[in-house]
Ligand binder design. Structure first.
Ligand SMILES: [Zn+2]
Length: 506
């Protein structure tokens, strides 16, 4: 069905229709949906009134039949338990529970400690520091948290490694570290709802601005419907409804780390100020609900909607040709009919193909190729390469076998691909591999002499350069905090980056 008015009725019927339909009704796909993911960073473990705020919000939303995602801090969950707030726990449990770090703002926050570490040490350290809080949230709320998002802008790529270990599928937050054209994307094998075109809020402290917030949503809805649907991210903190200043700013600003006995409560709003904040929020939610194509979703529902369709794709020889042809010296993700491939998936796919063709007729092997997982990007030092390296067919085939085994055992792109005693960067190897794959798919033999030319990871441009203003402006960081090595590590994981494609709605 679509809403374009056909010119066959009477003039008056057209006028009537025009009057009945909102002016922004889409002419495009009428099955398109606007998915609103509503999430709360539930973190203040100092001001007891923030417990009541979480209770109020959870109950209001349940009454409206809206399910939200409450990302709970480990210490917040333990505090609710200590304060015997079974009522708050029960109300939140009706929604989806996510995770928001163990202590949030005590020093050092995740980006600080991760900035000194490589991949594996970082994953282990994140697991050591944050894992116990995750386990507490699961124990107290009786459900495994579905997602994680960092405190403030204290982001680090190694958190994704720990999340995979924990079985989490979604990174849910708002920030600038990874940005694939302001759209949902996959990074390190997880769905990222992070830097989105539409992260919208109504200002709780300025009720007079509610109309403008509603107008911003109307514009977002129009744009999303025109592109076939999409997601709007709306987030709050329960504590914002009851405080005048954030609980952590009062205690841990600019690197401060006072002992627990010196932690101070933040200044609280008056009863009337709190009531006014609830009014703004409740009116905004009821406004969003009015649109017929709006669906409220949780993090795990987003994971289903944006399910990675490369996982169960069966490739044809023609598709593999297209994939191989699309690889150039600018290595990046690829978008095909209804699925996308990260550079690391293309690497694994083509390597498996060329490896398997070594002693057999190539064509029937294609159908056996699948993308079972997303290999991580390299985590070690990449060798420098400035000029062409030449090798022979025998060495290339042996290297191909070695790379297949390495992918299988380590689950990541090798930092150096060894052609005998000569290491080449994985980007350069992939560009050559793609050329060989095309030859083999055409039935040609492996050439006797093979040239490997320099290439680069073009997808790295979607991961931010280290920039204190853009990335590390959170008031809790010590002044002057920078993390160049951390962002370099993050850029190497751009091998795993690809757009998340919205599935057809019900
Ligand atoms: Zn937070």
């Amino acid at each position: 069905m679509n809403f374009r008015i056909r010119r066959r009725g009477s003039f008056w019927l057209i006028i009537l229709f025009a009057w009945l339909l909102p002016s922004s009704m889409p002419a495009a796909d009428s099955a398109a949906k606007v998915y609103v993911i509503l999430w709360f960073d539930t973190e203040d473990y100092l001001l007891p009134a923030s417990d009541d705020a979480a209770l109020h919000l959870a109950k209001f939303l349940s009454g409206e039949e809206v399910r939200a995602t409450f990302k709970v801090v480990g210490e917040k969950a333990r505090t609710l338990e200590r304060r015997n707030r079974a009522d708050v726990i029960a109300a939140l449990k009706k929604h989806e529970i996510g995770y928001h770090s163990n202590f949030h703002s005590t020093q050092p926050s995740p980006a600080l400690y991760l900035s000194q570490l490589g991949w594996d040490e970082g994953v282990n350290e994140f697991d050591r520091r944050e894992g116990p809080g995750r386990a507490d949230v699961e124990r107290i709320f009786g459900q495994a948290p579905s997602c994680y998002g960092q405190p403030g802008s204290s982001w680090g790529p190694q958190s994704y490694g720990a999340m995979s270990r924990w079985g989490m599928k979604v990174y849910l937050d708002a920030g600038n570290h990874v940005n694939l054209n302001d759209r949902p994307c996959y990074y390190c094998g997880l769905l990222n709802l992070y830097k989105l075109a539409y992260t919208l809020r109504a200002d709780l402290n300025h009720p007079q601005d509610l109309l403008q917030a509603q107008e911003r949503f109307i514009q977002a809805r129009k744009a999303l419907l025109a592109e076939g649907g999409g997601v709007v991210s709306v987030f709050y903190h329960p504590c914002e409804f009851v405080h005048k200043q954030f609980w952590d700013g009062v205690n841990f600003s600019r690197g401060a780390n006072p002992p627990r006995e010196k932690w101070k409560q933040p200044p609280a709003k008056t009863t009337e100020e709190t009531r006014s904040s609830y009014r703004v929020f409740e009116e905004y939610v009821r406004f969003l609900k009015r649109f017929p194509e709006v669906r409220f979703i949780t993090a795990s529902e987003a994971a289903k909607l944006y399910r990675d369709r490369a996982r169960d794709h069966r490739f044809t020889a023609a598709e593999l040709q297209t994939i191989a042809k699309a690889v150039g010296e600018d290595v990046s993700f690829q978008i095909h009919s209804d699925y996308a491939l990260s550079a690391s998936e293309v690497f694994a796919l083509l390597n498996a193909y060329v490896d398997r063709t070594q002693n057999a007729d190539a064509t029937p092997l294609v159908e056996q190729l699948t993308v079972k997982n997303t290999p991580l990007g390299p985590t070690g030092r990449i060798p420098l390469m400035t000029e062409t390296v030449t090798t022979d067919a025998s060495q290339f085939q042996r290297t191909c076998r070695d790379v297949a085994d390495s992918l299988d055992k380590h689950g990541r792109i090798p930092s150096a691909v060894w052609l005998g005693s000569r290491p080449v960067p994985p980007e350069a190897y992939l560009a050559t591999l793609a050329r060989i794959a095309q030859l083999r798919l055409n039935g040609a033999a492996m050439p006797e002499s093979i040239e490997i030319k320099p290439a680069r990871l073009a997808a790295a441009r979607y991961v931010a350069d280290d920039d204190p203003k853009k990335l590390w402006g959170w008031v809790i960081f010590p002044p002057g905090f920078r993390a160049p090595a951390l962002m370099e590590l993050a850029k190497k994981q751009a091998w795993t980056l690809k757009p998340a494609i919205l599935g057809k709605s019900e």
